[in-house]
Design a protein around this ligand. Structure first.
Ligand code: PLP
Length: 401
């Protein structure tokens, strides 16, 4: 029986006292160091967002126009469902898969960013097969491991690239897929690999698709930078090839880079299934998982993307802006590669990131001696460069090597 004069339990310092201090985010610490550096010629290649030549991360004009339309016309702020904006999802299907012919076999929903899509996809895999292992090439986006671990799935890494030669280790992924257990998942960057910029060729995608189908492995493609590599269609080639080979696959999609919507958290999870009946079962599971995570995703950014994809003028304006972003990235890549044969690989790689073959003490020397800031891994954000910053970067790279 509980009595009011019962003594408090002493001993324990705090009811939450078993928590341990977690390491702080190294990239956030780098932002602090950069801000505190008084040197006028300092260069920030650390942060993972697009920047124009003036160093700004602009709001796309197409986004501003869609936002104005939304403000004027949105009739209600009533709840959407756990599936989010269905028009947004339907509008993305041809963007990602090339046409809408797979629609009947697709389950999926709007998610809070690509991160939400990865997490929900991981939880779906774990619910279906708690013993699944997720195979991924390393180095990979540092958030992959904690996202999959949080869903209870271990990540097993093979080599994606040899940083000293910048050659893709294709034999390593083939060996990993041959060694995987049927039912395991394979996490692949759809394009613009983060952090290395080293993407698969069309031939390699064909080989991977065929092997995953043959071995009964579940492809999980993370497509966070469509349009920032070669073109909207070329950057989706991997997804489309794998969709032809494999009866089932997942695609975690982010609109946060190619629409410049970062903080609005806009993403989608697509599940290709063998037939409409299977799609309905998967869809019911996705909806229940979404309800348990965020109930329903934030509306604004997805509504903006829907308006852009629905309106011919807005869509054309957006595509032109994506072209501009990509052209600037490609120009910086080519400019840097031309300065030093040891940097020639930069021009072959795609998207916002490449990883320089630098040891931690060399990364430190770049920062302390040359005021060039990059992630501790040597990852650089190509969009942090301008024509004037190419020569200082190449000179510093040559000096610390
Ligand atoms: C490889 C990769 N996947 C997914 C994401 C997640 O994107 P979002 O900001 O939409 O959650 C990122 C973001 O940096 C990324 O680099």
């Amino acid at each position: 029986m509980i009595t009011l004069d019962e003594k408090p339990v002493a001993a324990q310092r705090s009811l939450l006292g078993r928590l341990e201090l977690q390491p702080s985010d190294a990239l956030l610490a780098l932002i602090g160091l950069y801000a505190a550096d008084p040197r006028a010629h300092k260069i920030d290649l650390g942060v993972g967002v697009y920047k124009d030549e003036a160093g700004h991360t602009p709001v796309f004009a197409a986004v501003k126009a869609a936002e104005a339309k939304l403000l004027a016309e949105q009739p209600t702020k009533a709840y959407v469902g756990p599936e989010g904006d269905v028009g947004f999802f339907a509008g993305l299907v041809p963007v990602v898969f090339g046409d809408s012919s797979l629609r009947a076999r697709l389950a999926g929903l709007q998610t809070p960013g690509g991160t939400g899509a990865l997490r929900l996809g991981a939880e779906l895999i774990a619910r279906n097969n708690p013993d699944a292992v997720v195979h991924v090439g390393g180095p990979t986006w540092p958030n992959h491991a904690p996202i999959f671990a949080a869903a209870g799935l271990p990540l097993r890494q093979h080599r994606h690239i040899d940083l000293s030669t910048q050659e893709l280790c294709f034999d390593d992924i083939l060996a990993a897929l041959h060694g995987a257990v049927p039912g395991d998942a394979v996490l692949l960057h759809g394009c613009c690999h983060n952090p290395t910029g080293a993407d698969f060729t069309v031939e390699q995608w064909e080989a991977l698709g065929a092997l995953m189908a043959k071995r009964g492995l579940l492809p999980f493609i993370d497509l966070a930078y469509q349009g920032l590599g070669d073109s909207m269609d070329d950057d989706a080639a991997g997804v489309r090839i794998v969709a032809r080979h494999c009866p089932e696959m997942l695609v975690a999609y982010s609109c946060d880079k190619n629409f410049g919507l970062y903080r609005e958290r806009v993403g989608a999870l697509f599940l290709l299934t063998p037939d409409p009946q299977a799609a309905a079962v998967v869809q019911s599971n996705l909806l229940s998982l979404a309800r348990a995570n965020w109930s329903m995703p934030p509306d604004h950014g997805a509504a903006v993307v829907r308006l852009i994809l629905e309106g011919a003028d807005l869509r054309a304006q957006w595509l032109a802006e994506v072209d501009e972003v990509r052209s600037r990235i490609v120009a910086m890549r080519q400019g840097l590669a031309a300065l030093d044969p040891a940097l020639a690989f930069i021009a072959r790689q795609k998207g916002m990131f490449s990883t320089l073959p630098l040891a931690p003490d060399q990364v430190k020397a770049m920062r302390e001696d040359h005021a060039i800031y990059m992630a501790g891994s040597g990852r650089i954000n190509i969009a942090g460069l301008t024509p004037a910053k190419l020569a200082p970067l190449a000179a510093a790279f040559a000096a610390v090597r």
